[in-house]
Write a protein that binds this ligand. Structure first.
Ligand code: TYD
Ligand code: MG
Length: 467
C-alpha cells in the first residue's frame, strides 16, 4: 500500500510545498496553496486485484485518425497556424494583451464558419449583445447561424451549448467565467482553472471545438494560471506592437500539428486582413540608397520574412552614449557594437546608436547579426548598402561569420522578391538562380564590400520596382 501524506499544492502552478505559506514558493502566487494528500493516485488494490475497465487498449494502427481531423475555419492565416483548422472536441486557448484584436479575430473566424452554414456560438462575458452586434456589422458577421449570448456562469454556458448545438464555441474571455459552486472570486486562479478543466471535459463529451480567449499581461503570462496551458490542446498567442497594424499569430503548443507556423494579419478599419505576402509589405515604404538601411531574410518558424533594419549613428556625444534597439535584442546590439569597434575598427564608443526593425516585427535571431552590424557600419560610414542586397550570418566574438539554419529558404525568398546579391558566411549552400552569393569570412570583409559614395550608382530597390 502506498502511504499518503499531507502536502500543500499550489492551485496556480501545481507545485507541492511541505508547509503552508501565504505565497507559493514556486510561482509566487498569493493564497494559492491548499492542503492535499499525495500518494492516493498511486495506491492500488491489495494483491493487484482487477478493477472495472473504463478504457480499452488496442493496436495503434486501429485508432481512427479521422476523429482528430481538423476542420478549416476559412480564415487562411488562422488555419495555417492551426495546421488545417479546429479539431472537433478540442480546446484552444487564444491569449493576447487586451486590445490586440482577439475578439475581432474570433468573431471573423466564426463569421467565416457561419458563411458555410455551420452553427457557431459566441459567448461573451465582456461585452453586451449590442456592442458585439455593432462590431459584427462592421466585420460582416451577421449570418443567421452565428449565435450570441452574453453570459459568465459556467452552468448557463453549458446549457446554451446544449441548446444551440454548435460545432464551434468561443468563450470571450475565460477570465470572466465562473462556477458558483467553486468558492473563489471570478477571474481568480482557482475559478479559471476549474472552469477550464470542466470546459475541456464537456468539449470532449460533446465533440464541439471550444476556443477560450484569455487576456495576457504585459510580461506575456496568462493573467493567473499557467496551469491552463497543459489543460488545453492548443495554445495560440496573438501579438503585435500597439502602434503598428501588424498582428502575429503563433501556436505555443499544438497537440494536432506543428508549432512552427506563423500567421500574419493587418488590423484595418474593417477587421483583420491576412497577409499571405508579408515581405512585400515590410519593404513597401523602403527608401533605397539611404545609409544605415539593410534587408535581412529572417525566419519565423518555417516562414521566411524579409525585413528592413535601420541604424542611425550620431557624431561624438559627451557623457555616456545612448543605445536604442527597437524590435531588436538590446544585448545583441551591444555585442555587435563591441565587435564592430574591436574587430572592424569602427569608432562607435562615443556615439549614440539607434537601431530598429521596420514594421513592428521582432528580429531576434542571431542570423540577423551581419545585417545589424552592416546597418550600423553603413550609417557610421555614411555609405549605403545597395538596395538589392540581403545579408545573412551570425557573428562571433572574433568578428567571424557563421552559418545559419535554413539559409536556402531565406535565399529563395530574397530571389523571389527580386534581390540580386546576398552576403553570406563562407560555408553557406549555393543559392537559387538569379541571386549572386558573395561569401565573406568576417564582418570587416563585409564592410569593405559596401560601395563608397563615389562608386555608388543609384538603383531602385527590387521590391519598389516589382511590387
Ligand atoms: P479587440 O478585438 O476588441 O481586442 P481584444 O479582444 O484583444 O481586447 O480589438 C481591439 C482594437 O482593434 C480596438 O482598439 C479597435 C481595433 N479594431 C480595428 O482597428 N478594426 C476593426 O475592424 C475592429 C473590430 C477593431
Ligand atoms: Mg476582447
Amino acid at each position: 500500500m502506498a502511504r499518503t501524506k499531507t502536502v500543500y499544492r499550489c492551485e496556480g502552478c501545481g507545485a507541492d510545498a511541505p508547509q503552508w505559506s501565504g505565497r507559493c514558493p514556486a510561482c509566487g502566487e498569493w493564497n494559492s496553496l491548499v492542503e492535499s494528500l499525495t500518494g492516493e493516485a498511486t495506491s492500488r488494490p491489495a494483491g493487484g486485484a482487477r478493477v472495472a475497465r473504463l478504457s480499452v487498449a488496442r493496436p495503434l494502427g486501429e485508432v481512427d485518425p479521422v476523429e482528430w481531423a481538423p476542420r478549416p475555419v476559412g480564415v487562411d492565416e488562422f488555419d495555417r497556424v492551426l495546421s488545417g483548422g479546429l479539431v472537433p472536441g478540442s480546446v484552444t486557448l487564444l491569449g493576447g494583451e487586451p486590445g490586440i484584436g482577439k475578439s475581432t479575430l474570433v468573431l471573423q473566424a466564426l463569421a467565416s464558419l457561419a458563411d458555410r452554414a455551420e452553427r457557431v456560438l459566441y459567448i461573451s462575458g465582456e461585452e453586451a449583445a449590442q456592442q458585439v452586434r455593432l462590431r459584427a456589422e462592421r466585420l460582416g458577421a451577421l449570418q443567421p447561424t452565428l449565435w450570441f449570448v452574453a453570459e459568465t456562469r459556467l452552468d448557463e454556458i453549458l446549457r446554451h451549448i446544449d441548446d444551440v448545438a454548435p460545432s464551434v464555441v468561443v468563450i470571450d474571455s475565460i477570465q470572466t467565467v465562473s462556477d458558483p459552486t467553486v468558492a473563489s472570486a471570478a477571474g481568480s486562479v482557482t475559478q479559471v482553472r476549474e472552469c477550464s478543466a470542466r470546459l475541456v471535459q464537456e468539449a470532449k463529451a460533446r465533440g464541439v471545438a471550444v476556443v477560450l480567449v484569455g487576456h495576457v499581461t504585459k510580461e506575456g503570462e496568462l493573467a493567473g494560471p499557467r496551469v491552463l496551458e497543459h489543460l488545453v490542446d492548443t495554445v495560440l498567442s496573438f501579438s503585435g506592437e500597439r502602434h503598428h497594424a501588424l498582428r502575429l499569430l503563433r501556436a505555443v503548443k499544438h497537440r494536432f500539428g506543428s508549432t512552427d507556423e506563423l500567421g500574419l494579419f493587418e488590423m484595418t478599419g474593417s477587421g483583420l486582413i491576412g497577409l499571405p505576402d508579408p515581405s512585400r509589405l515590410f519593404l513597401a515604404d523602403r527608401r533605397p540608397g539611404v545609409a544605415g538601411s539593410v534587408v535581412v531574410p529572417t525566419m519565423e518558424g518555417h516562414r521566411p520574412l524579409l525585413v528592413e533594419l535601420q541604424a542611425l549613428v550620431t557624431g561624438e556625444v559627451p557623457g555616456s552614449p545612448r543605445r536604442s534597439a527597437q524590435g531588436l535584442d538590446p544585448g545583441r546590439l551591444a555585442f555587435l557594437l563591441a565587435v564592430l569597434e574591436q574587430r572592424a575598427g569602427l569608432p562607435l564608443g562615443h556615439s549614440d546608436v539607434y537601431a530598429l526593425a521596420v514594421g513592428g516585427v521582432k528580429v531576434v535571431e542571431p542570423a540577423s547579426d551581419l545585417a545589424i552590424a552592416l546597418a550600423v557600419a553603413s550609417a557610421q560610414l555614411d555609405r549605403a548598402v545597395p538596395a538589392d542586397w540581403v545579408l545573412i550570418g551570425e557573428v562571433g566574438l572574433g568578428g567571424e561569420l557563421r552559418q545559419v539554419a535554413q539559409t536556402d529558404r531565406r535565399l529563395s525568398e530574397a530571389a523571389r522578391l527580386g534581390f540580386t546579391r546576398a552576403l553570406v558566411p563562407p560555408s553557406a549552400p549555393d543559392g537559387p538562380e538569379g541571386l549572386d552569393l558573395v561569401r565573406v569570412s568576417t564582418v570587416a570583409e563585409a564592410i569593405e564590400l559596401i560601395p563608397s559614395r563615389s562608386q555608388h550608382r543609384f538603383r531602385p530597390g527590387p521590391v519598389a520596382t516589382t511590387g
